[in-house]
Design a protein around this ligand. Structure first.
Ligand code: SF4
Length: 247
């Protein structure tokens, strides 16, 4: 697959916005069927707005793990009300959840890294793989500025694990850029962002952070940072650490 984005660093909000829009248009034109994996957090609402505003042929889905906050689930209705668009939901296999709960307990993910990874595999990774099946490209809301370890995040990547292209159209964007867009375009956003949650995942695995904490400190906070792997993003055949993940 040829690259549709140079991955050059772009300065200035308007230039970033133009480049991001062009990247999304290129994905829709050249990588159909393409899908956008939305976590319903702020970055992903920017991409949702751009995709729907420009009526791009990119389907939007979310992973409904069964453990999301009410505020996150409320975003589905907010999107439907504002855009008339129904985000597709991919849920875990009920039998797999039953097996997990029988073996580990409903909240067994607190007991060990292995139990946590198995929960993520059942509730996130398997549904994601189903959502990506048969697609040519997928899109995420990851940004370089989310972590120093993401400083080399490319806008376009070869996702060997899923055998497709993966795009991070907001790679250049700062947090301020995200909120500038949200305010300017009156984009609906998750109420948790106003309650100290810059990063939002499943309810039992996400907490609000204090001033000065890393923006992702509230994700799987009880684990050693070295073990924090989500399983949704794979780089060069390796799972990348949670501080690098935007889901
Ligand atoms: S984030 Fe927590 S509840 Fe959600 S799938 Fe992973 S371990 Fe399970």
């Amino acid at each position: 697959m040829s690259a549709i984005h140079s991955n050059a660093v772009i300065q200035g909000f308007e230039q970033k916005l133009a480049a991001t829009t062009a990247t999304l248009e290129g994905i829709a034109a050249n990588y159909s069927p393409a899908v956008f994996a939305s976590s319903l957090a702020a970055e992903d609402m920017v991409l949702t707005d751009l995709i729907l505003r420009h009526q791009l042929n990119i389907a939007i889905f979310s992973l409904e793990t069964g453990r999301l906050h009410a505020e996150t689930l409320a975003m589905l209705d907010k999107v439907k009300t504002q855009y008339g668009y129904e985000i597709a939901l991919f849920r875990p296999e009920p039998n797999a959840v039953d097996t997990y709960v029988a073996s580990h307990g409903l909240n067994g993910f607190y007991e060990s890294v292995e139990a946590r990874k198995e929960c993520c595999r059942v509730r996130k990774v398997e549904p994601l793989n189903r959502a990506l099946s048969g697609k040519k490209a997928w899109i995420t809301g990851q940004r370089r500025a989310q972590s120093s370890t993401r400083s080399d995040l490319a806008v376009q990547e070869d996702d060997a694990a899923h055998q497709m292209q993966k795009f991070n159209p907001l790679a250049d964007w700062t947090e301020a850029d995200v909120w500038q867009y949200i305010r300017a375009k009156n984009v609906p956003y998750n109420a948790l962002h106003d309650k100290g949650y810059p990063s939002i995942g499943c309810e039992p695995c996400t907490r609000a952070i204090q001033a000065g904490e890393d923006v992702r400190a509230g994700r799987w906070w009880w684990e050693n940072p070295e073990s924090k792997e989500c399983g949704l993003h794979v780089v060069d055949g390796k799972l990348i650490r949670i501080k690098q993940v935007a889901v």
